[in-house]
Design a protein around this ligand. Structure first.
Ligand code: ADE
Length: 237
């Protein structure tokens, strides 16, 4: 998987992507990351890439040409030239990113992320280059770097070889549509709270059943929307 990120803040992307599990995948080449610094494509001597909006209104807008040239620079580094790369624009106006979108993007060889700042980007260049408008939720952030990082993390962990066996086993539960059951480690007693007896019983069948019940209960309580979907998938209405 080759990610490219068009951004005003490449250091923010690089530092996060070189950390922890994703950092390990970048280090061993399973994930490849290139950043494209928008400032390098400024069209003036001040090094700016934004201007006032036509029609008035507060705030500045990122201009077409620096964004387009940065995109062309990214295109020239695409690994698998057989198909045009997906270009994700991170915006609160996009479709809300979820596990299904992550799985879809994980099938690609190349994904380019475009991070907006200020009041956004001139619509004309977005029309020309963006294939996917994606949001990470109904709130507004100051820029697209954090959403891009969130999406790259979720996509990366679905790429073969990024997680080791232990890590993938640990995070499988969301895939069957339920939230994770509660888990405990040593000590057996802490603040007068004890670990459920069944987990100490050594009876793996019973433990599995208990965990499933807990996962169902927790999902129904915390995420009724997910629970309804889970029931529907099983033909229970
Ligand atoms: N840019 C600003 N806010 C955002 C959000 N919630 N999701 C994606 N991109 C954004």
């Amino acid at each position: 998987m080759h990610f490219q990120v068009i951004t005003l803040f490449p250091e923010m992307i690089e530092s996060a992507m070189n950390t922890s599990i994703i950092g390990r995948a970048v280090g061993n080449g399973i994930i490849k990351l290139d950043t494209v610094n928008l400032k390098e494509f400024s069209q003036n001597s001040y090094g700016s890439v934004d201007d006032y909006t036509y029609g008035g209104g507060a705030g500045m807008l990122m201009q077409c040409e620096p964004v387009f040239q940065a995109y062309q620079a990214a295109l020239s580094k695409v690994e698998n030239g057989k198909r045009p790369p997906r270009v994700v624009y991170t915006t609160p106006q996009g479709k809300v990113f979820d596990e299904e979108t992550a799985a879809d993007l994980a099938q690609e060889d190349d994904v380019i992320f475009l991070c907006g700042h200020y009041e956004g980007i001139d619509e004309r260049v977005l029309e020309e280059i963006v294939t996917d408008n994606l949001s990470i939720g109904d709130y507004v952030l100051t820029g697209g770097e954090l959403p891009s990082l969130v999406m790259m993390d979720a996509v990366s962990r679905l790429v073969d070889g990024v997680l080791n066996n232990k890590e993938s086993a640990e995070t499988e539960s969301f895939n069957n549509g339920l939230l994770e059951y509660p888990q405990y480690t040593r000590p057996k007693e802490w603040h007068e709270k004890t670990v459920p007896d069944i987990l100490l019983s050594g009876d793996h069948k019973k433990i599995e059943k208990w965990r499933m019940q807990q996962a169902i209960h927790r999902t129904a309580e915390r995420r009724p929307d997910l629970y309804a979907e889970w029931l529907e998938q099983r033909g229970i209405y």
